[in-house]
Design a protein around this ligand. Structure first.
Ligand code: ADE
Length: 224
């Protein structure tokens, strides 16, 4: 999969993509990440890409031309399955959306900033708008990183068997069951006996029951 992130702050991604699973996905060739600095498409020598909003009001708006020039430049080399824009009023990211996106070949993610982008981009160019939650971030970079993390780990082959995404919370509509490790008893707090019994069928039955019970307690909305 190729992900091209258009951002005003490419440096913000460097640490994030250089560790753990996102790093390994790139080393193993499952992910090609390109960070594109929108300022490279500025129309002036100052590198600015924003302007005042028509009609007034506080806050600047990202201009249509730098974004269009950037996207059209990228499209010369690549056909994109989705051109994603991160915004708090987008469709809420969930596991199903991440699963669907993990099967795509090429994605653009445009990070929002300031008051947002010129609405004509949303009307004519953006194919998917994603929010990561009902709160407002200072920019779309964190949201893009969250989207990439949740999508890339689902690309077939990225996770090893032990890390399998199949046992993740939400993957089967339930939160994941509780997990424990050694010691089996600490200050009198005991690991459930069944997990120590060695019978895979009993353990699996307990894990399933525990996942259902936890979902009922923590996320009853998922069971509806
Ligand atoms: N940009 C600002 N807030 C955001 C959010 N909650 N989700 C996605 N992009 C954003």
């Amino acid at each position: 999969m190729q992900i091209d992130i258009i951002t005003l702050f490419p440096e913000m991604f460097e640490g994030f993509f250089n560790y753990s699973i996102l790093k390994r996905a790139q080393t193993k060739g499952f992910l090609k990440l390109n960070l594109i600095n929108l300022r490279d498409y500025s129309l002036n020598k100052y590198g600015s890409v924003d302007d005042y909003a028509f009609g007034g009001g506080a806050g600047m708006v990202i201009q249509i031309e730098p974004v269009m020039n950037c996207i059209e430049d990228l499209q010369k080399k690549t056909n994109y399955d989705e051109i994603i824009y991160t915004a708090p009023d987008g469709e809420m990211l969930n596991q199903k959306m991440s699963n669907d996106l993990s099967l795509k070949e090429n994605l653009i993610i445009l990070c929002g900033h300031y008051k947002g982008i010129d609405e004509r981009l949303r009307e004519h160019v953006i194919t998917k708008e994603i929010s990561i939650g009902d709160y407002v971030l200072s920019g779309g970079e964190l949201a893009s990183a969250v989207i990439c993390d949740s999508v890339v780990r689902l690309i077939p082959g990225v996770l090893s068997d032990e890390q399998s995404a199949l046992s993740d919370s939400f993957q089967d509509g339930l939160v994941a069951p509780a997990v424990y490790t050694r010691p089996a008893e600490y200050r009198g707090w005991k690991v459930p006996d069944v997990l120590l019994c060695g019978d895979p069928k009993k353990i699996e039955a307990w894990q399933e029951a525990n996942a259902i019970e936890r979902t009922r307690q923590r996320r009853p909305d998922l069971l509806k």
